[in-house]
Design a protein around this ligand. Structure first.
Ligand code: HEC
Length: 273
């Protein structure tokens, strides 16, 4: 179940992005606001802000199920429901947040505005949101963190530098593409389908189905089939396809035997072995 009908509908409106990031800020804002207003309300002369805190928490309890649902749908649609550590953490914390905000609404009818029980719930919800934000960041940036110092941020510059080489393709050029387009889902920290594209070793190790790069044979390499859309879903999943030039560069690299970072291309001045 990938909610394709829903995303097809959004695409028909001209919207191609995940929906969770839009809703998530509403819930986060409300949870943070409830906690901050509750803190302000500790001062007796500002005690009426405790009412504001409660209103924010109640609103958050209303928006959080929608945010959670959008997260589940995006996860199924853009990440194929991959069951990696990051998604386990996000699902656990998301469920916890729903429970906490529900508890807040329940306790609000029984406890006074500034009772410790209410404060404990606001604090716990705040901490949960911080945790969710942390794993959200991991999801987007785990590749660059895991990739180590040598990985450059995928920028237009690398693209330019690599474009000049018409002959031999170095692994560094492939790494640039992987770092900018693939590691958000296939890194050592978040290896969807057990594929880690953040290092040469990881790439050559392949996925849970075995190798995805067949040196010397681009047409038989699952990686090439995926970026060309011969095998569906096309990669990068949920994103715009790689440029013609990037696809050709990857094909040429595999054709040349998929050399690693040690095997510098001849003519670049580096010594071989
Ligand atoms: C948004 C997440 C995401 C991104 C970004 C992404 N992938 Fe994937 N990838 C997946 C998912 C999910 C699957 C499993 C798809 C399926 O159900 O077949 C997958 C599967 C694959 C497979 C198939 C492995 C096999 O054994 O059949 C390859 C190869 C692959 N991806 C390569 C790439 C490459 C190369 C990039 C970057 C150009 C990339 N992916 C970017 C999520 C992603």
């Amino acid at each position: 179940m990938r909610f394709d009908f829903f995303y097809d509908f959004l695409i028909s409106l001209g919207y191609e992005h995940p929906v969770h990031p839009i809703l998530v800020h509403i819930t986060i804002g409300l949870v943070v606001a409830s906690f901050v207003f509750a803190l302000i309300a500790i001062a007796p002369r500002y005690s009426k802000f405790a009412v504001t805190a409660r209103h924010c928490a109640t609103m958050a309890a209303v928006t959080v199920p929608l945010t959670f649902l959008a997260g589940i749908m995006d996860w199924q649609h853009f990440y194929g429901g991959a069951w990696t550590g990051i998604f386990q953490a996000k699902l656990t914390l998301g469920s916890l947040l729903i429970a906490l905000l529900g508890l807040g609404v329940f306790l609000a009818r029984r406890l006074t505005y500034r009772s410790p029980g209410i404060y404990a719930v606001y604090l716990a919800a705040f901490m949960t949101v911080v945790g969710l934000g942390y794993y959200g960041g991991e999801l987007i940036h785990s590749g660059s963190a895991a990739g180590g110092a040598e990985s450059e941020e995928g920028s237009g510059d690398g693209e330019q530098a690599a474009a000049g080489a018409d002959g031999e393709v170095a692994y560094a050029q492939i790494d640039q593409i992987m770092q900018s387009r693939c590691v958000s889902c296939h890194s050592s920290g978040n290896p969807i389908w057990e594929l880690d594209t953040s290092s040469y070793a990881g790439l050559m190790d392949g996925s849970k189905n075995g190798p995805v790069v067949e040196p010397g044979n681009p047409a038989d390499s699952e990686l090439v089939k995926r970026i060309k859309g011969i095998t569906q879903p096309q990669m990068p999943m949920g994103g715009s396809p790689l440029s013609e030039q990037q696809v050709q560069r990857i094909e040429r690299w595999i054709e040349q035997g998929a050399p690693g970072p040690e095997d510098a291309p001849s003519g670049s001045g580096a010594e071989q072995g």
